[in-house]
Design a protein around this ligand. Sequence first.
Ligand SMILES: Nc1ncnc2c1ncn2[C@@H]1O[C@H](COP(=O)(O)OP(=O)(O)O)[C@@H](O)[C@H]1O
Ligand SMILES: [Mg+2]
Length: 292
Amino acid sequence: MASTSTTKLTEPATVDPNVDVTPETRGRPEVSGREVVFEVSDLSVYYGSFRAVRDVNIEINRHEITAFIGPSGCGKTTVLRCLNRMNDLIEIARVEGRVGYHGVDLYDREVNPVEVRRRIGMVFQKPNPFPKSIYDNVAYGPKIAGTKGNMDDVVEKALRGAGLWDEVKSRLKASGMSLSGGQQQRLCIARAIATDPEVLLMDEPCSALDPIATARIEDLMQEIKDEYTIVIVTHNMQQAARVSDRTAFFTTEVNPESDTRTGLLVEADSTDKMFSNPSDERTENYVTGRFG
Ligand SMILES: Nc1ncnc2c1ncn2[C@@H]1O[C@H](COP(=O)(O)OP(=O)(O)O)[C@@H](O)[C@H]1O
Ligand SMILES: [Mg+2]
C-alpha cells in the first residue's frame, strides 16, 4: 500500500527535470495484459473543512474506458479533477492521499502541473471552445507546448482524431462557436488530443448534447480508446454500460455529526459485472433503479 501524504495545492510547483512523468519510461510492466495508469490510494478531498469525498482507492488501466457513476454530489467530478490536478485551480480544495501516475506521485511538489495537464487532457460538461477560429482552437495547445512540425498537419490530425475533419475542413477559419453543440464538443476533444495526451478525462461530455450528437461522441470514444486511456463521468447509466470497460460506483453517506454528506467509492469492477452481478448491495440498488 502506498504511503499517504498531504499536499497543499496552493504551493507553486516547480519544474524538476529529474521527475519524469513520461509514460514510455515510467510505465509499469504489463501485468496480465493490463497496465495501470493511475493508482489512487486513500484519496480524500476537502473543500475548506468540508470533506467532499473520502478514502478512494482505485486503479485505472491503460487503453480502457472507465466510467464514474453515482448520484449527484457523490464526488465524481472532484475525483476526476484530482487525476490531472485541476483541483489545484480551486483555492479551497485540498487533496489527501496519493494519486500515482505511472508510479509518480502526481502531487509531488516537483511535478509540473502544466505538463500533467498536457498529458492528461480534460473535456468538460458544457462544450467550451475558445472564441477563436476552429483552426486556432486546435492549434492553441500545441503552440503553447512548442509542438514541432507543420501546424496544419497537427490540426488536421487532431480534427480527424476527433471525427470532425470532414465537417469543418472547408471552413477552418470560421469561429469554433459557430458549430453545433455536438461539433463544439468534438472540437474540444480535438483541442484536448492536439497536445498528444495519454489520458482523456471527460466530465459528463454528452449531458448538453442531443441523442445523435451523444451517439457520435460515444462512437468516437470507441474509435480512439486504442490510443488513449479514458475516464468518463456520466450520470447516464446506459451510457456507462454502453461505452465503458470498467465502472466505478460512488455514493454519499451522511455525516451524522454535521448533517453533511461525504462521497465514497462503493466499488469498481468490470462494467459487465457491475451491471449484472455487483458485489455491493448499494451498487445493485443503484443500477437497478431502486435508489432514492
Ligand atoms: N468548488 C467547490 N467548492 C466547494 N464545494 C464543492 C466544490 N465542488 C464540489 N463541491 C462539493 O463537493 C461534493 C462533491 O461534488 P462533485 O464532485 O461535483 O460531485 P458530482 O460530480 O458527483 O456531482 C458536493 O457536496 C459539492 O457540493
Ligand atoms: Mg459532476
